[in-house]
Design a protein around this ligand. Structure first.
Ligand code: GDP
Ligand code: IMO
Ligand code: MG
Length: 424
């Protein structure tokens, strides 16, 4: 059976989790493939809101198996906290969750170093990270010194690896950041506790997932962040430290590309971004405030106000190109209900020349070419039938579709699972 993929086509928070939950009805296994607890994924079912950070967003369905793939950087304490909270809500997460034995583990000093670096970076150098230690943990992975979940399975190996790892990190903490060194025993005991909680659940998920696909099971791959935050194809250095793009879905899960079928690109009907970095269609002050309040645009992980702007066609075309997105999803279109007219960025100019792609350099200097479309000025929240949308709203959707050139399969008209229009 095929594997489908959900990717954020902007700078994260596009409403991926809502769409993953919606699609999960037909799915056997949901796999998170990159990022960590920097993600904040919101699902609303019959008015009740759930925010996931590490646990895959399909967990609410009783029969889906949830998998944390090898590409995820795992904060073990955070995962336990999240699972315990979900358990209290009546979800049997401990029995539904499998964890790759090749996930890199986030330890307390990763967050400490992340925060120190942000605090001490000079003017214009701050990234605005979530402070969860994501980039530092991925850096240790690339340095080939990191600790992996599989290392927990043998106590002797764990002690040896941890000793070497802490020796290197303590040097860094003391010399570079003037911090207290961390002690092995407390970290060791904590990791053993984690291992006991997830006994039998730390496995070779790449082997397992490919086997399940061969056995006819359906898989949905859950991206965190978005293409604009991709370490290679995003607005470097103002990015996260992983690949939310299709390449990252394959390396972060171990699923063969032969299985990939639907690649959903999720985009808001406008654009938002949290943290620093270029944002060509950004609006400011009262104009930004209006979108922010109507769309409740505050970060699901850090609560920071999100920067807001208009839909950026060139950015979405970039995401389609890089990821092979073959199905577009437009979310939060209800947020534009009160607008008399709506702007859409339809292209970039740099140094007086029209660009036909999103540049890797100089994005902060592009001039955006806009088209202004009439708004529909009526509340469309919760509409689930395309034919019931006002004509001007349909025209807005058709316009985006024509600009981008791939089918729009889902339009979301509210946060709830049912506020969804499915277009074949
Ligand atoms: P994710 O990180 O991509 O999963 O997105 P977040 O959960 O961080 O942010 C999306 C926010 O928009 C959440 O609060 C969702 O409940 C909400 N949301 C999702 N789809 C819609 C929609 O169509 N309309 C409205 N008004 N809110 C939505
Ligand atoms: P979801 O999955 C929006 C942003 C941070 C910062 C940059 C680097 O909910 O869409 P990091 O902590 O990853 O090193 O921060 O990336 N960022 C997100 N922005 N949604 C997210 O996740 C994000 N995860 C990280 O704000 O600009
Ligand atoms: Mg989010």
């Amino acid at each position: 059976m095929p594997a489908d993929l959900v990717i954020g086509a902007q700078w994260g928070d596009e409403g991926k989790a809502k769409i993953i939950d919606y699609l999960s009805k037909e799915i056997d296994l949901i796999v998170r493939y990159q990022g960590g607890a920097n993600a904040g994924h919101t699902v609303v079912v019959q008015g009740k809101k759930y925010v996931f950070h590490l646990v895959p967003s399909g967990v609410i369905y009783p029969n889906t198996v949830c998998v944390i793939g090898n590409g995820v950087v795992l904060d073990t304490n955070y995962l336990i906290k999240e699972c315990d909270e979900l358990n209290k809500e009546g979800f049997d997460v401990y029995n539904k969750l499998l964890i790759s034995d090749a996930c890199h583990i986030i330890l307390p000093f990763h967050g400490i170093i992340d925060s120190h670096r942000e605090k001490n970076s000079g003017e214009g150098k701050k990234i605005g990270t979530t402070g969860k230690g994501i980039g530092i943990c991925y850096a240790d992975k690339m340095m080939r010194i990191g600790l992996r979940t599989g290392d927990l399975l043998d106590e002797e190996t764990l002690k040896q690896k941890l000793e070497y790892f802490l020796k290197l990190k303590n040097e860094e903490l003391i010399k570079l950041y003037n911090c207290e060194p961390v002690k092995l025993d407390a970290i060791y005991d904590n990791l053993i506790q984690f291992r006991e909680k997830f006994k039998g659940k730390i496995v070779n998920t790449a082997y397992f997932l490919n086997k399940e696909l061969n056995n006819g099971k359906r898989i949905l791959l859950e991206g965190a962040q978005g293409v604009g935050l991709d370490i290679d194809f995003g607005t470097y250095p103002f990015v996260t430290s992983s690949n939310p793009t299709t390449g990252g879905a394959l390396t972060g899960s171990g699923i063969s590309h032969n299985y990939l079928q639907k690649i959903y690109g999720i985009s808001k009907a406008y654009t938002t971004r949290v943290g620093e970095g270029p944002f060509p269609t950004e609006v400011y002050e009262a104009e930004a405030e209006r979108i922010r309040e109507l769309g409740h645009e505050y970060g699901s992980t850090t609560g920071r106000p999100r920067r807001c702007g208009w839909f950026d066609t060139e950015m979405i075309k970039h995401s389609v190109r890089i990821c092979g997105i073959n199905s577009l999803v437009i979310t939060k279109i209800d947020v534009l209900s009160t607008y008399k007219s709506i702007k859409v960025g339809i292209g970039y100019e740099l140094n007086g020349k029209k660009l036909d792609y999103m540049p890797s350099y100089g994005l902060e200097r592009v001039k955006v070419i806009y088209e202004e479309l009439p708004g529909w000025e009526s509340d469309i929240t919760g509409i689930s039938d395309f034919n019931k949308l006002p004509e001007k709203c349909k025209s807005y959707i058709h316009f985006l579709n024509k600009q981008i050139g791939i089918p729009i399969s889902i339009v979301s008209t509210g946060p709830d699972r049912n506020d969804t229009i499915f277009l074949d």
